[in-house]
Design a protein around this ligand. Sequence first.
Ligand code: MLZ
Length: 279
Amino acid sequence: TYQPFDWEEYLRETNSVPAPQTCFKQSPNPQINEFKVGMKLEALDPRNVTSTCIATVISILGPRLRLRLDGSDNKNDFWRLVDSSEIHPIGHCEKSGGMLQPPLGFRMNASSWPMFLLKTLNGAEMAPSKIFQKEPTGPKANLFQVGQKLEAVDKKNPQLICCATVGAVKNDQIHVTFDGWRGAFDYWCKYDSRDIFPVGWCAKSGHPMQPPGQKNNSGANRFRFRPAFTAPPPTPPVSSTAPEIVQSPEADTSAPPPPPIIIHFRKNCLGGPLVDTSQ
Ligand code: MLZ
């Protein structure tokens, strides 16, 4: 059985606080997902946002839809919330004076697009407009603070929503860092990104949540069990004697320094063919 992540315990362990709901462009109440696998809708092409394409629901996780553009391949699926402003019922584009476009990387000749579109929509199950939800209004300013916890989409594995921390705040952006993972997954996004959620969002909306990673070296696991105050690292001992002797990092600092090595030069001795005697 699926064990929901225990945020309360984790916040205690890490001595941290969640970013308040008011920071996010997310509905405070969970969105009901009435979409079904196979339904068709209109979606902006994520790789070319000026064009509206036909998309099919491939799978469903909580209030999120895994979408694939018709005529595209299966390597460019993307996820949208049921209250995304980037999805609409079929007919919306035409009503607003636009035309449905082939997706970037349309696998057929562009000239076959009109016929492809006709065949794609013929007899298709179209998502009814009543199941599309209105996008919430976001906050007017960046209210996030460094150290606050949140749940965030892993853009490299976009089906995953993971335990994260605000690592930095700059103007209208925040740096999303993933707890227990090396920086490779971290990213900057706008404060009103639809990919970030308040603590508890997954549990409320029936979406799985990824607990912190287990990586333990240097920067990783860096948000687990972080004490409230971290003492600065100890400074190396300062030697009062023999300032000329520089010790290697491995040297045992408790041992007395070795005696100096004395090298004698016999000035009038020819050193052999490899020794330059001109200096
Ligand atoms: N299987 C992947 C998942 C990484 C998920 C990280 N999320 C922040 C991996 O181990 O690389």
